[in-house]
Ligand binder design. Structure first.
Ligand code: PPS
Ligand code: ADP
Length: 200
């Protein structure tokens, strides 16, 4: 039993292991990180669709969507991004406890913040996926016309332009979305889940 300032931790009657047995697979977080336009949302949703069709329990947490609700009080200063990632780490942990394979699509630009999230999980539960795409290609893709606005000075603190992106030092997977098709990227990630025995 863990206690903190008169708040007592309750053990759940159904454990994570019980949920894994029921689902027929383990749970984990696929933590996609990369520049805006690198392909995080596209990949996270493609993985989710693949897993859903196979009958696995999965879900996507996406930066744009979470910033409409849970994190609508946060902007893009360094401290707001840090708090954004801290909260998402905790939410992802709840999803993993519920037996879900959760894919998160957040720029998560700072190594320190990603490392803090990693610490919430056991070794094989946190899979950091660096969605690599050269900056110039992201600017060219510009799926939401945000780079155009940022270059015109309409958006402050824009990642890669006026706010830094720290490349992961030791990611579990690197996916080059400029060199590989979406199908190939999905296959690389699914193979990793099988190799790590998250999926059978
Ligand atoms: N200033 C600035 N910098 C970067 N991105 C911006 C900014 N303003 C708005 N957006 C849009 O918000 C999405 C990034 O939100 P995240 O929660 O993933 O960012 S972070 O992890 O806290 O850095 C990001 O989504 P993606 O393009 O999918 O990465 C943008 O659509
Ligand atoms: N291999 C690939 N994987 C993912 N996205 C790709 C790939 N090749 C091209 N794209 C395109 O790149 C863009 C990525 O946008 P998005 O998924 O919104 O990125 P992010 O969530 O990182 O901002 C989409 O228009 C997508 O169709």
């Amino acid at each position: 039993m863990k206690a903190k300032n008169h708040i007592i931790w309750h053990e759940h009657s159904i454990s994570k292991k019980d949920r894994h047995l029921k689902n027929g697979h383990k749970s984990c977080v696929l933590w996609f990180t990369g520049l805006s336009g690198s392909g995080k949302s596209t990949l996270a949703n493609a993985i989710d669709a693949y897993l859903f069709e196979k009958g696995f329990q999965s879900y996507v947490l996406d930066g744009d969507n979470i910033r409409h609700g849970l994190n609508k009080d946060l902007g893009f200063t360094i401290s707001d991004r840090k708090e954004n990632i801290r909260r998402i780490g905790e939410v992802a942990k709840l999803f993993v406890d519920s037996g879900t394979i959760v894919s998160t699509a957040f720029i998560s630009p700072f190594e320190e913040d990603r490392m803090e999230v990693r610490k919430l999980f056991s070794k094989d539960e946190f899979i950091e996926v660096y969605v690599y795409c050269p900056f110039e290609i992201c600017v060219k893709r510009d799926p939401k016309s945000l780079y155009k606005k940022a270059i015109n000075g309409e958006i402050k603190h824009f990642t890669g332009l006026t706010s830094p992106y720290e490349e992961p030092k030791n990611p579990d997977i690197i996916i080059d979305t400029n060199s590989h098709s979406l199908e190939k990227c999905v296959q690389i990630i699914i193979n990793h889940l099988k190799f790590k025995k998250i999926l059978n």
